[in-house]
Design a protein around this ligand. Structure first.
Ligand code: F6R
Length: 366
């Protein structure tokens, strides 16, 4: 049942090339320049006329929402707010009929997300679901939606659900951008083609598995980790830290790299591994300066870099290369080494990788 893998988590990490493809199959028609998402097309005016989109979710699904915020605002120019469902439901939020709410949930059963959906519906908002489990409560409670096609996710730590959520949300953003005319025909087509290349790039990123294991070996006894990223890769830093915490029980924090100097830089010393996502992007030079700041305080850098990188390679203590892709698609690639790093560390520490202590796969109580 684990398909020859030692754990479901590892199997599910390795399924990502195929389930990302399953998630866009029949929806992404790059040669025709088309995106087909029935659940979205039936309600496209709701989205086009929305004052804003509110994205709600918990845990890893909330991180996928944060990635979506960048891509929706960047490409479709629709204001987006992302909120933990557990906070949203209790803070008397302002919601109107002109709001579209996107609820993200792998299981489709998360109690806080479900309660937030009910609240939004009671205020007249249109609610769109991005769920993995077909026929789940959230998929039934939402007005419309698009499923991720990740297949059953057994490992408690969410992996393939995250990348397929980002895949669906990217398709939605691109569709809205083309309908609204906020993206050029040329860029739109480039994105469609680049999305189709993601599965093979994820496959390539997985080839670093053995190298990542050796990096994990070096740091398995660290007591704290920092994860840093900027822009699209800030949410990836949060997700990397969450993965490490939940399965290895090592304390980890994700931060936007620029926030370092506002506090966390005080933590840096020669004991502190800092995982920095430093792939090609608009922020590359800024990330390089952040790495310099950490190095000058003797921090130990594990950098995720793009193929062909030279600058960060010279500065970092350990380097993990990933294939190049347009910046807005990088989370689909940069997430992969972080999943593997946490997996290997947890295995080396003899943790129960698939069923970490205190956690459940579906959080049906608040
Ligand atoms: C993290 C994890 C949790 C879930 C969260 C939401 O690896 O598994 O943080 O992401 O409980 O669950 P869903 O997406 O089922 O609503």
């Amino acid at each position: 049942e684990k398909g020859g893998f030692d754990h479901f988590m590892l199997k599910e990490i390795y399924e990502q090339p195929s389930v990302i493809k399953d998630t866009y199959r029949g929806r992404l028609l790059a040669d025709q320049g088309l995106i087909k998402l029935g659940g979205l097309e039936d309600h496209i005016q709701k989205f086009v006329n929305a004052d804003r989109i509110i994205i709600i979710g918990c845990g890893t699904s909330w991180h996928a929402g944060l990635v979506a915020e960048y891509i929706f605002e960047d490409l479709a120019r629709i204001p987006v707010e992302v909120e933990y469902a557990s906070e949203f439901r209790y803070r008397n939020p302002i919601i109107t009929e002109k709001d579209v709410v996107i609820a993200i949930s792998q299981s489709g059963e998360t109690a806080d997300t479900l309660a937030a959906i009910k609240l939004a519906k009671s205020k007249g908002a249109f609610v769109y679901g991005v769920c993995n489990v077909v026929g789940s409560t959230i998929s039934r409670e939402t007005h419309s939606g698009s499923y991720t096609h990740a297949g059953p996710e057994i490992g408690v730590a969410s992996t393939k659900a995250f990348t397929t959520q980002i895949t669906v949300l990217t398709l939605i953003a691109l569709k809205l951008a083309s309908v609204k005319g906020t993206i050029s025909y040329r860029d739109y087509n480039i994105y469609l083609q680049e999305l189709e290349l993601i599965p093979e790039k994820v496959e390539k990123a997985l080839l670093s598995n053995e190298h990542i294991k050796t990096v994990g070996e070096v740091f398995k006894n660290a007591r704290n980790f920092l994860y840093l990223g900027r822009g699209y890769n800030f949410p990836v830093a949060l997700e990397g830290a969450l993965k490490l915490k939940e399965i290895s029980y090592i304390h980890a924090e994700g931060y936007p790299a620029a926030e370092m100097k506002h506090g966390p830089i005080a933590l840096i010393d020669e004991e502190m591994p800092v995982v920095v996502i430093a792939v090609n992007s608009n922020h590359y030079d800024k990330v390089v300066s952040n790495i310099q700041e950490i190095k000058s305080r003797k921090g130990v850098i594990i950098a995720i870099v793009s193929e062909g990188d030279t600058t960060v390679k010279e500065m970092a203590d350990y380097v993990i290369e990933v294939p190049n892709t347009p910046e807005s698609l990088t989370p689909l690639i940069t997430t992969i080494p972080l999943q593997l790093l946490s997996y290997h560390i947890a295995v080396m520490l003899n943790r129960n990788v698939d069923q970490p202590r205190n956690l459940a796969k579906s959080v049906t109580v608040e």
